[in-house]
Design a binder for this molecule. Structure first.
Ligand code: SF4
Length: 516
């Protein structure tokens, strides 16, 4: 019985930006007696289903965007005689749909880390259950990834997770509903061991693939301190100490290592945290800016962000601390007007944002926005019998882009204006000027390539409606990715040792709910 772990994608680039971590975690969770799983990432190349034999297990991880491709692969794999198992965010949200469309024998909801061996054992005995509840695994029990299975020369960044869950509740995001609002922090030693394994292989750029790297804010601590019962304060302080302990260990890793993460803007109010990030060489962070106006932030339940000039100051604070910001902006909020697009592009420039993404507000399953949109679109039109509220099931060639309705602008206008902002932010002259943030010519070239790659992969293939443009972009992205990869590699350090523990964390690790 061979295990295949498949990450579906309609577009293959030959080289990919970030390692799909879930595949290497499930590979590690696979008992030795089944042998090493075959890992197929279709963002590199398509899955050759003829490699599947009767009695094999094919595990397919899906999110909404790649669900239909995953269902197609599930049907093919089942026809080959394999046991088909689905997991991932979309499978967690729609297990019945997965069984119906993906020919699944079994669906794993929640985290797969601990339940995977049981699934495999049941498949081996030909008695898979239709559903397994993986639940939310505690941070101490996260399974470390098997990086020894990573193919050489295919990825720019490796990914390591340090915390799951986010205490916020943004209306367009499903993370807090699927991963929960209770931050589940991982043991520092386990994180460092994985990073060392990756550096030994020659990876020096690591994405800390966290929902929110800054789960405890100064405001959370102040609020807890105002309570008579100090238990919450003690628990929050422990979580914060663990963040500092992790960063102190990262600081001891080889000098050429660089980390990136995802963080809320509130970290900019915390100079001690920013200084620790700098020392740890966390050089970049995706910050969800979303909107530049207070009304826009209120519309997405993100009032904790700053708007206007306060926003510029916050974003510049990251930059002054040596942390480059990948600003994420949303267009199409009900409060947006035609002049919001230009104002956003100006602000991104003034705030010294190093990279930016401009996405159109899309009702994504599992979010508050989706639930509202689904309610209000009860008599949705259909395409080939599929209602628009299940747009991901419509064949890609016929699938309309679905965006949240706007009171004054239609989707085409929002798309065109969004594309113009991408074009303006990523024009060569602007990218070259921004590349001055790195010193050597090689680093500047890498900066330009990664900027162009980012735009090709996410702007043109993401919001373009014209399939010829998407294919052209994919071709360019393939070429750029191959060249960029060469600038990202470092000499392997096979004998690298783990740094010694420098900052002990006192007491037991505590996971704590930050919400009442
Ligand atoms: S802060 Fe980020 S991860 Fe957390 S709920 Fe909002 S968008 Fe999602």
């Amino acid at each position: 019985m061979r295990i295949h772990l498949v990450n579906p994608s309609d577009v293959s680039f030959g080289t990919a930006v970030i390692t799909p971590r879930w595949q290497y975690v499930l590979a590690a969770a696979t008992p030795e007696r089944y042998g090493a799983p075959a890992i197929v990432d279709e963002t590199l190349e398509p899955f050759d289903v003829s490699t599947v034999e009767r009695g094999d297990v094919v595990g397919i991880g899906i999110h909404t965007a790649n669900a239909l491709r995953g269902y197609h692969l599930g049907q093919l794999a089942r026809a080959q005689g394999a046991s088909v198992v689905f997991g991932g965010i979309h499978a967690t949200l729609f297990p019945d749909e997965v069984r119906q469309h993906g020919a699944a024998h079994a669906v794993v909801t929640g985290d797969g880390d601990l339940v995977w061996p049981t699934v495999l054992r049941d498949c081996e005995h030909d008695t898979p259950k239709s559903q397994y509840e993986g639940g939310r695994v505690d941070g101490d029990a996260f399974v470390p990834a098997r990086w020894d299975l990573l193919p050489p020369d295919r990825y720019l960044f490796a990914s390591v997770q340090t915390v799951r869950g986010c205490p916020k509740h943004c209306s367009f995001c499903s993370v807090w509903r699927t991963d929960g609002q209770k931050p589940r922090q991982r043991d520092v030693g386990a994180v460092v061991r994985e990073i060392v394994a990756l550096r030994r292989k020659g990876f020096r750029f690591i994405v800390l693939a966290d929902d929110n790297f800054y789960p405890v804010t100064l405001a959370d601590l102040a609020a807890a301190d105002r309570r008579a019962d100090k238990a919450q304060l003690a628990a929050l302080t422990m979580l914060r100490e663990e963040r500092f302990a992790l960063m102190a260990r990262l600081e001891q890793l080889p000098d050429d290592m660089v980390f990136y993460t995802q963080i809320t803007m509130e970290a900019a109010e915390d100079p001690e945290f920013l200084a620790a990030m700098r020392r740890a060489r966390i050089r970049g962070a995706l910050v969800g800016v979303e909107s530049v106006t207070p009304e826009g932030l209120k519309a997405v339940f993100k009032n904790f962000n700053e708007a206007g000039e306060g926003l510029v100051t916050r974003l510049q604070a990251f930059r002054q601390a040596g942390v480059h910001v990948l600003g994420s902006f949303i267009f199409g909020l009900p409060t947006d007007r035609p002049d919001t697009f230009g104002a956003t592009a100006d602000l991104a420039h003034r705030a010294s944002v190093t990279f930016a993404q401009f996405v159109m507000l899309t009702p994504l399953p599992g979010t508050v926005d989706f639930a509202k949109w689904e309610r209000e679109t009860a008599d949705a039109p259909t395409v080939d019998g599929v209602p628009l509220t299940r747009y991901w099931l419509i064949p890609t060639a016929k699938r309309p882009k679905v965006y949240a309705p706007h009171p004054n602008m239609d989707a085409d206008e929002i798309r065109q204006r969004t594309q113009q902002v991408w074009d303006r932010f990523y024009r060569l002259r602007a990218v070259w000027q921004r590349s001055a943030c790195v010193r050597s010519l090689r680093a500047r070239l890498a900066f330009v390539l990664i900027s162009k790659l980012y735009r090709q992969m996410y702007a043109n293939t993401g919001i373009a409606t014209d399939s010829a443009r998407v294919e052209r972009s994919a071709r360019r992205a393939r070429w750029i990715a191959r060249v960029a990869r060469r600038l990202f590699v470092a000499a392997p350090m096979p004998h690298l040792q783990e740094p010694a523990t420098s900052t002990p964390v006192r007491g037991r690790r505590i996971a704590v709910a930050l919400v009442p």
